[in-house]
Structure formats: C-alpha cells, structure tokens
Ligand binder design. Sequence first.
Ligand code: ASP
Length: 591
Amino acid sequence: MYRTHNCGALRMADIGKEVTLSGWVQKSRDKGFMMWIDLRDRYGITQLIFTEEKTPPALFEMARSLGREYVVTVKGTVIERSSKNDKIPTGAIELEVLNMEILNISKTPPFTIEDETDGGDDLRMTYRYLDLRRNPVQQSIIFRSKLAMATRKYLSDTGFIEVETPVLIKSTPEGARDFVVPSRMNKGQFYALPQSPQTFKQLLMVAGLDKYFQIVKCFRDEDLRADRQPEFTQIDCEMAFVTQEEILNTFEGLTKHLFKETLGVSLADFPRMTYDDAVRLYGSDKPDLRFDMPFVELNELAQGRGFPVFDNSELVVGICVKGEAENNSNKDIKKLTEWMQRPQIGAKGLVYVKYGQDGSIKSSVGKFYSEEDLKAWGDKMGAEKGDIVYVLSGETDKTRKQLSELRLEMGRRLGLMKAGDFKPLWVVDFPLLEWDEESERFHAMHHPFTSPKQSEIPNMLNGDHETMKNLKADAYDLVINGSEIGGGSIRIHDRALQSKNFKLLGFTPEEAEEQFGFLLGAFEYGAPPHGGIAFGFDRLCAVLNGQASIRDFIAFPKNNQGRDMMIDAPSIISGEQLEELGIDLALKEEV
Ligand code: ASP
C-alpha cells in the first residue's frame, strides 16, 4: 500500500499512529546526527525525521542518498515536533521514519520546486509538469476545477443543459483570424476551429433546446498578451424567448453564486452603465470602478481664452486626483508628462492645476487663465484644497483613451485598485456597428448576429450612413475591476434583418449565403427570439484571484509567440503528411 494518509493530513491528534505516506522529496536538511526531509504531495508537506539515535544506519544512509524530487514511500510513527512551524497545517508533527522505499529517482530539477521559484517563464513552460508540482500553481488549477464544477451545478440546477458543439467547423466571425485544419478526405479544403460556438448555439435555439450552456474551448489566431491565449475557455450560454433584462439577471445570479462559492464573497446588485457613459466618464468600455475619478469635460470653461492648444481641440477633459497637490513636485509632473508622451500612450502634453492647502492655485497654463478661470475648473471637477487636476486635449477618442491610461495609473500609484475588492458592472447599449476609417467599412461591434434595439429596427432598415453609425444594440458586457469577463447580446432571429446586417457589414448576398447560408436557412423555419452571453472562463479565474495573467489557470498554456514550449508546437509536418492532405498540391496549383 502506498499511503494511509496524504502529506497534508496529519495533526497533533494523530500522534502515536503508525502511517504510510508517499510523495516527492522537496528538500532535506542534514545536521549529521539528525536529518529532516520535506515530503510533498498535492495535499501538503509533511516533515520526515531521521536520527542517529533511532534510525537504523542503512535507512539513514538511504535518506542521505535522496535527491530533490525523488519519489518515496515511507512508513513511520507520528511524533510531536519540538520546534513547531505554524505556517503549515502539519507543522506541529513530524514522522519518525521506520521504513522507506525509493519508488523513483529524479534528475536535479532545472528550477526549485517550491512556492517561490528561481525559474524564468520559458524554463517553467518547458518543464510545465514540474512547474505544476508547485503549490501556488496547483492551487490555481484546483481553483479552476472548483469554479467549473460550481458553474455546471448552478446552471444545471437552473435548468440549463450542456450540449457539445463541434470543433471542426467553418469560420465563425468573432473578429479574429481562424485557425484552420486541412481535410485529408476533401483535399484542398479546410475546417476552421471555432472562435466560439456562436452559430451552433443559435441553431440549438432554433432546434428548441432552450437554455444551453457549454464550458468550451475557443480558438482565435490573434496577437497575444498576458491575458490572452490562442485557445481559451468560455462559459457559453444561450436562451430562447428571453429579454436582455432576463439574461442580465440570470448571469448576475451565476456570477454572484460563483463569488460566494469560491471566495465566500457576497456581491451587491451590479450597477449598469451605458456604453456611451462609460466612454464619456472613464474613457473605456470596461472601466475599473474600484475607484471613481470620473472624467470632467472642460470645453466650455477652457476654450476661447486664447490658449491655442485647447482652442484647437475637439475635447478638453480632465480628472481630479484627491489630496495629491502637495505630493507632486514639478519634477514629478515632468516625469508623469513624459510617461504620458511615450508612444504607447501618445499624449502631446499634460496640463495640471494644483489647488494648494493654502488656497493658492498653480497651473502649467497659468499664463492663459486667470485664477477665476482655474477656480471655475476646480469647481466643475469637485476639486478641493490639496487636490491636483490633470487635463488633456485633442481628438475625442484618442484623448479619452489617453486619459483612461492616466486614470488607471493614478489608481495604481495611489493603491486604489485593491486586491479582494470586486466591482462588477454591466455595460449596456453598445453600438451595433463601428465605422472603420481605414477600410471604409462597418464592423460589427459585437458580432454580426447581434440585434439592434427593437426601436432601432426601422432606422437600420431605412437610415442613412450617419444613422447607421449611431444604431444601438441589445448588447452587453460584464466588467469586473476593469476586465471584460463576459459579453453577449440579443440576436437577430429574422432572416430579412440578418441579411440587411450582412449587407451593412459589406458581405455580398452570395458571400453571406456561402458563409452563413445554414443559419439564414434555419431562420426560415420558425426561429424563436433568443439571446445569450459568453464568459471568459480563464479570465474569470484570474480576476477572482486578483491576478493579471490567465496563464497559471491553464494547465498547459502557450507562450506569447503562441508556442507550447513543452511539446514544441507548432511544428513542421512531413512531406508525406502534406501530400496526403493535398496541401502541396494546392500550393502548386496556386503557383
Ligand atoms: N460568441 C460571443 C463571444 O464569444 C458571445 C455571445 O455573444 O454570446 O464573445
């Protein structure tokens, strides 16, 4: 038998028991006459003790021969430790070893397998199975499992059914590139991996399988960042005969339940904000509301006073940072201005007004504005003595994005984005379409199946170009602490309206038919009104744990180049394989 207990189980109450444990040697300390070994498994660490006095010499020798990560089974007696470790649950006891068997040896691991490791990212990814032995990483994976179980239970208990949708499909338009898979049996033809099960879940609604969910892998070939992976997981859901209101309530319920189950945190009802307000007040469709610091527009007060930079700007807008006037010297502000001028942000400059404790008002644009003027800005912004106001100006969208970066940076610097503080928000009323100046085309803001608001349908069918730019959709995002956790919409379920949307998005009728004929066809057989949402499951894990990166919550993640360092993928395939797939034939024909 390998074990009577695991390595995290034994306590004072077990003293005197004879037990068997199995695990990995994390580290050992040899004092000559006495030796300790930390034995680890996924449940914890138990200290083993060997003494000259009690341990038979052969066994002591065997203990000395153990290297890091050797796998052993030990049998022994639980005894009380003389110096206890209150940092671990088994810290009051140790195991006096009577017998030991080495089950396997190990090469010296390339990095230390402890809570804190010396391994760099790439090395840990190459040996992910060793990194996964580390407690913090294991806890993340265990957390993920709990979250998935709690999700399934909640959705199943509220009448949702889990349906698997295919992985080898045709392109789904979620706005990224597809990963494609060549077909051997249909040479020169390719499947696409789903960017999401969007069209299938809609077809399930046409099929009458109301209340669908799936915890599902999605694949998007896009540039990667810390919170993006080429394959990621969604909690994907769809319901029939629903309004936006019902969807928001259902998934607010799920979110609250998950926070309660996994963290014991009770969330209050989620506030809602329109997309337009989010952008106007925070410069972002995913504002972090752990702190307020809203934007205040100053066009009326700041323009027409002879300061050309502001006079020539579409937008003059600022934020008020509480109590920071005295903490920022001119040198600090110069540094901050340079930070804002980096190409990543691209601000031209940064105007400040300091409202001193002594009632003084100092500003970088003091030459152009009277104290009266600057006082009026302060009043509008709610600035009090001791506050500093930062103002940016320029083209509206750009300026808002830049100020949003500044707002977040202030939040970070002032410690306003506290871990363990959760501020969920529904952002609603997204625009239906987005005009892209470069390609001179409309893009779907969410995806092409999103329905305009009922009241907008006549505008969508008959409106001019300007009207199209302003159409609002029944589309919503769930944002928590500045991260987009979920997004969805009420869908179009009418063939004519869907065709019109494809047309607006620049598809010819033939292209629409070729790519989405199956869906348009289904809409002719009694499609019910329907809508849904998808949560980014990896990101939800990360946000619940206050982490920026989703990687630790994925057992085998890819690096920023989209590579799996461990199995070394993607990789080249043989000429034979290519030929069998008809790929070289296809290429030759192209040439
Ligand atoms: N398929 C959408 C997405 O992946 C979610 C939805 O509209 O339900 O973002």
